[in-house]
Design a protein around this ligand. Structure first.
Ligand code: ATP
Length: 235
């Protein structure tokens, strides 16, 4: 079943059009990665899909047209966005960040969900009273993901979860993402520069260059396509 269907997505900043008409789909239960070099438009794609910047074209989520909807409305419909640079409140504790993330749920559900995410992310459980801003980069990334999951999303949009993290920590973050996908069935659309790692956890991928999709395929196809790797992925 197609959960997200994007057609002719155009978006940008003021006069500058960055996305030149993107088409992509994400099926329920999949992990799909959007790869591309610096400035390709990966972050802009997620901003457009999460309602943070104006966009044109069509974005169908679970069969309903959602283009132009406000971010809060999209969260209520089941789309959660972990922006680049984490998306946590540094001056709030770990626990307070999770409570804020559960704003669409009842207090009882929020409390139960927080305990569940503490099990998946034990480092957060050890630090529940620590200020988010004083945590390490990897811990903050885990917190940002857990906070987004508090809204019980059907689709999780992740913006470069590996950014600024050491390789071992990145691997750990990606393992957690796989765990959430497999155990809860949460669908994931992740944008990444780290093609090798992202293709290991993804089912399918798209390659973005200057605001257009230039290649797509299963993770296996993209990984073994030398021309794609050389031209667009720098690997
Ligand atoms: P990176 O991997 O470096 O984060 P990206 O693929 O996510 O790159 P975007 O951040 O989507 O790329 O940027 C795409 C283009 O849009 C770039 O040319 C960038 O300079 C431009 N851009 C991004 N944010 C803004 C903004 N707030 N105002 C104007 N232009 C912007």
């Amino acid at each position: 079943m197609t959960l997200l269907k994007v057609e002719g997505l155009r978006s940008g900043y003021g006069e500058v059009q960055v996305l030149q008409g993107l088409d992509l789909t994400v099926d329920a239960g999949e992990i799909v990665v959007v790869l591309g070099a610096n400035g390709a438009g990966k972050t802009t794609t997620l901003r457009a899909l999460s309602g943070m910047i104006p966009a044109k074209g069509s974005v169908q989520f679970d069969g309903a047209e959602v283009i132009g909807r406000k971010p809060e409305d999209l969260v209520r419909r089941g789309i959660a966005h972990v922006p680049q640079g984490r998306g946590t409140f540094p001056e709030l504790t770990v626990d307070e960040n999770l409570q804020v993330g559960g704003f669409t749920q009842s207090a009882a559900d929020t409390a139960a969900d927080a305990e569940r995410w503490y099990e998946v992310f034990p480092r957060l459980a050890e630090r529940r009273d620590q200020l988010a801003g004083s945590m390490s980069g990897g811990e903050q990334q885990m917190l940002a993901i857990a906070r987004a999951l508090m809204s019980r999303p059907r689709l999780l949009l992740l913006d470069e979860p590996s950014l600024g993290l050491a390789p071992l920590i990145t691997r750990d973050v990606f393992e957690r993402i796989t765990e959430v996908n497999q155990e809860l069935g949460t669908t994931v659309l992740v944008v990444e520069q780290n093609a090798n790692l992202a293709l290991k956890i993804a089912d399918r991928g798209y390659v973005l260059a200057t605001g257009s999709i230039v290649a797509s395929g299963t993770a296996e196809e993209l990984s073994s396509d030398d021309s794609v790797r050389r031209a667009y992925l720098g690997v």
